[in-house]
Design a protein around this ligand. Structure first.
Ligand SMILES: Cc1ncc(COP(=O)(O)O)c(C=O)c1O
Length: 455
């Protein structure tokens, strides 16, 4: 395996995206690694985008890219949907921050509750990270217990308690995170995903305040979690009187208007949401049973108030975008379209991988597409296929970093902006986009072969 990007991909990339290289030269002494989000780091440099619409974005050289980042999952409707642009345009002239209660926050919250009925009460935050932070603190206040139970590989943001065990390797058992204290580590119970027996045993042993899990499985469904498992978690947590937090930051309003809980037919105790919630602007929320959420209220019957300030909570621009977005999501049409496009793409990619005889496989559910580049097993026969029988240690792995960079560069050279080893569709993706993407993957695989990254 080469240790640096081979000349042909790298050279072509440097030429095609030359203006991005200039911008990166300014950024790299300013931001650590030159980027403002770990996931955007790319070697030899990331692509800088200055315009986006629908399923496309254009870089500073004017190259058109079919986008599978979709705003880190936020843009179910695609970039700059006219209804959202108009709603934000109108609101920006009225007020960007009244420093007061406003009607739009009520309209936004009402839509959340209408689509996700388990959310009897709602509180807006600025991100998904803040929403899961709030959920854990409420669970601790109400239960009087300190431990939190999570599943290995599940991602819930970057605050101390949940950043642990949010990525591989899973085989060493060492989930130490620099900067996170031993006391915080000690408050976490980590259970293998999709294992109800282990969950029940761990609840009995550790008596956690809550169980938190990611919408449809670890890291955007890289280790898929089926509805039966969710129903099992609901049954066990109810029987054991343990608070169940469904982190629907990605799946909320995306997999279906009512999120993964509506697909599984369950009612969690609390739900964290963000991304699609705010229509592409910053925003998150926690919703849940009134009895739990009342901890946020002054003079509540528990006699313990959870403090919750936050300069931008319920920001009117985010509320305007969120209301416009959720009104469209309500129809279910964007979810159906995005899910259908992802099914088409998974199928097309698997045909390419079989045709090119590379040990790669595409899988996933709803609007998510995962690529496993070291797959040696039976080829998929249907769209519900999960490689390696859903063995999380085989699915949720760190793949060759140099190959990862070359793969993304190779796809960008072919007009596709792919998010690491996964991507998501939006309702703006068309069959033509999918066909072009499949062609782009085929050319990219050829480039990777030519440069000796794969055989
Ligand atoms: C399941 C899940 N929870 C929480 C978060 C954190 O959300 P944010 O990036 O808005 O802080 C993410 C982010 O991707 C997520 O995927």
């Amino acid at each position: 395996m080469p240790t640096t990007l081979a000349a042909s991909i790298e050279q072509a990339y440097r030429e095609k995206f030359s203006h991005s290289a200039e911008l990166f030269n300014r950024a790299r002494d300013l931001f650590p690694n030159g980027v403002t989000h770990d996931g955007r780091y790319l070697e030899p440099f990331p692509v800088y985008v200055d315009r986006a619409a629908g399923s496309k974005k254009w870089d500073v050289n004017g190259n058109e890219l079919i986008d599978y980042w979709v705003g880190h999952g936020a843009l179910l409707l695609g970039h700059s949907h006219p209804a959202i642009v108009e709603a934000v345009r109108q609101q920006v002239e009225l007020s960007t921050h009244p420093g007061a209660c406003h009607e739009l926050e009520i309209e936004w919250g009402e839509r959340v509750r209408q689509l996700v009925p388990s959310c009897e009460r709602v509180r807006f935050t600025n991100s998904g990270t803040e929403a899961t932070l709030m959920a854990l603190r409420i669970a601790r206040i109400v239960s009087g217990r300190s431990k939190v139970l999570k599943f290995a590989g599940h991602f819930h943001g970057w605050h101390d308690q949940v950043v642990i065990a949010s990525e591989p390797p899973h085989d060493t058992g060492d989930y130490t995170v620099p900067g996170v204290t031993a006391a915080v580590m000690g408050d976490l119970v980590i259970v293998p995903p999709n294992d109800l027996k282990a969950l029940e045993a761990a609840i009995d042993q550790h008596q956690p305040s809550c169980v938190i899990l990611e919408g449809n499985g670890a890291r955007w469904g890289a280790v898929p979690m089926r509805a039966e498992f969710l129903r099992g978690v609901r049954e066990i947590t109810q029987r054991k009187k343990t608070i169940f937090i469904h982190d629907e930051v990605i799946t909320g309003f995306r997999v279906a208007p009512g999120g993964m809980q509506s697909v599984a037919g369950i009612q969690p105790d609390m739900t964290s949401m963000a991304k699609v919630l705010a229509g592409g602007l910053p925003g998150g929320c926690l919703g849940g049973r009134a009895e739990l959420m009342q901890v946020l209220a002054f003079n509540n019957p528990l006699g313990k108030k959870m403090k919750h300030p936050g300069t931008y909570n319920g920001n009117p621009l985010s509320a305007a975008a969120g209301v416009a977005c959720l009104d469209i999501v309500h129809t279910g049409e964007p979810n159906r379209k995005a899910n259908t496009m992802a099914t088409l793409l998974r199928k097309g990619l698997n045909e390419v991988f079989a045709d090119k005889q590379v040990p790669w496989v595409a899988y996933g559910d709803f609007s998510g597409i995962k690529i496993h580049p070291e797959y040696h097993g039976p080829r998929p026969t249907g769209d519900d296929f999960i490689p390696y029988d859903n063995d999380y240690q085989k699915l949720d792995r760190k793949f060759d970093g140099k190959l990862g960079h070359a793969f993304r560069c190779g796809l960008l050279l072919n007009g596709v902006d792919w998010m690491g080893w996964g991507g998501s569709t939006s309702a703006a993706h068309s069959e033509e986009d999918i066909a072009r993407t499949v062609e782009g993957f085929a050319s990219c695989v050829d480039l990777l072969k030519q440069d000796g990254f794969i055989r």
